[in-house]
Design a protein around this ligand. Structure first.
Ligand code: B1M
Length: 213
């Protein structure tokens, strides 16, 4: 079985120990980088997302898989990426989170990890984050950018609200605002006055490099 196949099987079977041990041992043997493992895990979650949309699996299946993936990202992959990044010069600071009313974390955490592994200092505020919290953190740490993830049609408008709030406070020009998440698009970003939109974690890195480095 290939590494991709094993990872997929562990995620589908909710085998947290299997997934943790495989990720740890491939990293220890330096067979792959943590970014490659993250990408493989992201692909499996995309696959599961499609299965869910086709009604081939149910919500509890997804919750189980998403929960073990979150544990592996938090306990194994993020620390491995952070350990590699210790001595590098910062490319810039970004405050990132999933907008208010939305608890989807996996894609946003992938974006966070890819940005981090590319030299950005990432302040990941988690999920269901109100506009004020993004702004307060950005002001506190002197960020150059704010990144807003939204997976729900119902939560997208909170991206617009954050931009309006920045305008209201007279600090819109201080921050590049980037948006992403499956219901969003280039057109949406333009409509709400964001500085850019990224389709996935890899594009988020190149977009931010273009905007702030
Ligand atoms: Co939910 N969910 N979910 N869900 N969920 C979706 C998003 C949905 C499309 C499924 C569907 O019905 N077909 C649908 C939204 C429909 C819509 O509004 N357009 C949906 C719904 C309706 C819901 C609930 C309302 C269900 C309910 O309770 N009835 C509920 C909402 C709860 C809430 O937020 N208040 C809900 C709950 C959940 C779970 C908790 C079970 C779980 C989330 C677990 C977690 O994240 N910890 C979950 C999941 C897993 C999904 C799907 C199946 C998969 C999402 C995912 O992790 N994808 C999703 C269906 C799908 O996407 N096919 C679905 C993998 C991930 C790697 O991709 O998140 O797209 P993605 O991120 C990508 C890009 O979008 C981009 O880069 C990432 C990596 O490449 N990206 C950015 C994301 N953020 C970015 C930010 C950037 C740049 C790029 O810059 C800042």
């Amino acid at each position: 079985m290939t590494l991709e196949e094993s990872i997929k099987e562990y995620i589908l079977e909710w085998d947290e120990d299997g997934l943790i041990n495989t990720c740890k041992s491939t990293l220890e043997k330096e067979e792959v980088t943590p970014e490659v493992l993250l990408k493989m895990i992201g692909d499996v979650m995309q696959f599961l997302g499609d299965e869910f949309e086709r009604e081939e699996i149910f919500l509890p299946d997804l919750i189980g898989s998403a929960s073990i993936v979150k544990t592996v990202i938090d306990e194994v992959l993020d620390p491995a990426i952070r350990a590699k990044g210790k001595e590098r010069e910062s490319q810039g600071k970004i405050v990132l989170g999933t907008v208010e009313s939305d608890v989807h974390s996996i894609g946003k955490d992938l974006v966070a990890s890819f940005l981090f592994s590319n030299g950005f200092e990432v302040f990941n505020l988690g999920v269901d984050v109100p506009a004020e919290q993004f702004i307060e953190k950005a002001e506190e740490v002197g960020a150059q950018a704010i990144g807003l993830s939204s997976l729900l049609t119902m939560s997208m408008d909170f991206q617009r609200q954050l931009i309006s709030e920045l305008e209201k406070r007279g600090i819109r020009e201080k921050y590049k605002v980037i948006v992403g998440g499956s219901p969003t698009s280039d057109e949406w970003a333009e409509e709400i006055g964001a500085d850019g939109w990224a389709d996935d974690a890899i594009e988020a890195v190149s977009l931010l490099k273009k905007l702030i480095t």
